[in-house]
Design a protein around this ligand. Structure first.
Ligand SMILES: *[C@@H]1O[C@H](CO)[C@@H](O)[C@H](O)[C@H]1NC(C)=O
Ligand SMILES: *[C@@H]1O[C@H](CO)[C@@H](O)[C@H](O)[C@H]1NC(C)=O
Ligand SMILES: *[C@@H]1O[C@H](CO)[C@@H](O)[C@H](O)[C@H]1NC(C)=O
Ligand SMILES: *[C@@H]1O[C@H](CO)[C@@H](O)[C@H](O)[C@H]1NC(C)=O
Length: 384
């Protein structure tokens, strides 16, 4: 009897296990059929776009889409700048052909549209898309590409110039070097202004994996008193993103912005050198900002611009929701895309989407439809 009930238990257990496994896979199938982005694919990097639903459906201040057709028209901003003011973008970018041992290695090539890219081509394609977007949204602006003097970079585009600055641009030092290069860049511009006063050029320092989709001149005309602007989001540990920093082009503001960045560099070097190579500058930025006595960090919870004097530098805080919008990966809080978004950031593994977006825009020339493509496709990790 004892043996029998042991058997019974065993068979019963087996049956239960079988039922559970079956139930799980049915549930999984059900889940997958309901979700536009199947669970398994979230961790796999895809080599083609997945157009999912556009988040923010029914919210009156969010872009509404039907597939890649936008139901809302956004209005382009006026720059509001006077005739003697202009804007220059500044990005740090290096490329070393020696890092490419096997140019013809097909396994490392990636296809987007009808073009195929190796590792070096991929970086160059992102840089070119970055330039393209700027030249559409702000055709009057200039662009400086700050680069390692020994970099193999060559770019031949109108209004774009290389700006070599000595330094250590290896991958694990790049974020530290970037702040150093920004400081040197501002120092040089300041010296030139002192030698010979000229028309005002405001500077916007950005990552090169962003798409500027509207004129940004209004930042300087709507907020006439800031020296340096940063973008913030509602994230306790990392409220500030370093991928977008605007600096007013007057000698006083350039000087104060430089002093602020020098403080950030000091904190980065003394406190966060060991932080993951992508995070140190953002942690240092947040440390410097929060070191101001009585700084009210709860303002980061609301996507509304505000200013604050931080050790003598007037800092304007702009919401990432508009000036550094990133589609969140996977699940998570996501309320769609604000109608007046200005800058889209293709962080991490979204760079394929940046190129696909540019290709889409070149054939449709419709920014809003392109934003629908980005909104619907931005949750997936891509391979680029
Ligand atoms: C955006 O479009 C939707 C659908 O046409 C409409 O209901 C909504 O009011 C529009 N929002 C704005 C701010 O125009
Ligand atoms: C400087 O600004 C004036 C207008 O105030 C404009 O006529 C002139 O072309 C500008 N110079 C340069 C080099 O942009
Ligand atoms: C495909 O190639 C043709 C010819 O080279 C080019 O004109 C076209 O823009 C390309 N299409 C895409 C989507 O890249
Ligand atoms: C490095 O590669 C780029 C892009 O492929 C090319 O334009 C450049 O001429 C190359 N530079 C050298 C020094 O080979």
């Amino acid at each position: 009897m004892k043996i029998f009930s042991g058997w019974h238990r065993f068979i019963f257990g087996l049956l239960l296990l079988f039922i559970l496994i079956h139930m799980y896979s049915v549930m999984d199938m059900y889940k997958n059929s309901k979700m536009e982005v199947p669970h398994k694919q979230l961790n796999k990097k895809l080599d083609h776009l997945i157009l999912g639903p556009a988040a923010g459906k029914g919210l009156s201040n969010r872009l509404q889409c039907e597939g890649t057709k936008a139901l809302n028209r956004t209005h382009a901003s006026n720059s509001g700048l006077s005739l003697d003011e202009s804007i220059a973008f500044v990005t740090v970018f290096t490329i070393y052909n020696s890092s490419l041992n096997n140019v013809n290695d097909k396994s490392s090539s990636t296809v987007v549209g009808n073009a195929s890219y190796n590792k070096v081509d991929r970086s160059m394609a992102v840089l070119n898309a970055f330039i393209n977007f700027i030249q559409v949204a702000m055709p009057q602006s200039k662009l400086f590409i700050v680069t390692d003097p020994v970099s193999d970079l060559s770019v031949h585009r109108n209004r774009v110039s290389l700006y070599p600055i000595d330094g250590e641009y290896s991958r694990d030092k790049l974020m530290l070097q970037r702040i150093r290069s920004y400081i040197i860049f501002l120092e040089t511009k300041l010296q030139k202004l002192h030698q010979k006063p000229r028309n005002i050029t405001h500077y916007i320092f950005t990552d090169s994996d962003i798409a500027v989709v509207d004129d940004l001149g209004h930042i300087f005309s709507d907020h006439p008193n800031f020296d340096l602007a940063l973008t913030f989001r509602n994230n306790k540990a990392q409220p500030l993103n370093s991928g977008f920093i605007a600096v007013r082009g007057t000698p006083d503001s350039i000087l104060r912005a430089k002093l602020f960045l020098q403080e950030v560099l000091k904190i980065y070097s003394s406190k966060y050198l060991k932080a993951s190579r992508m995070l140190g500058d953002q942690l240092a930025l947040a440390w410097v900002v929060k070191s101001k006595p009585h700084f009210d960090a709860s303002r980061f919870a609301k996507p509304q611009a505000f200013s604050e004097d931080i050790s003598g530098t007037s800092v304007l805080f702009l919401p990432c929701a508009l000036y550094n919008w990133t589609p969140p990966e996977g699940a998570g809080q996501f309320h769609g895309m604000p109608l007046d978004v200005k800058v889209v950031h293709f962080k991490g593994s979204r760079k394929r989407l940046m190129l696909e977006s540019w290709n889409f825009f070149s054939s449709s020339t419709d920014i809003e439809d392109m934003l629908c493509l980005i909104l619907g496709s931005g949750r997936t990790k891509y391979d680029f």
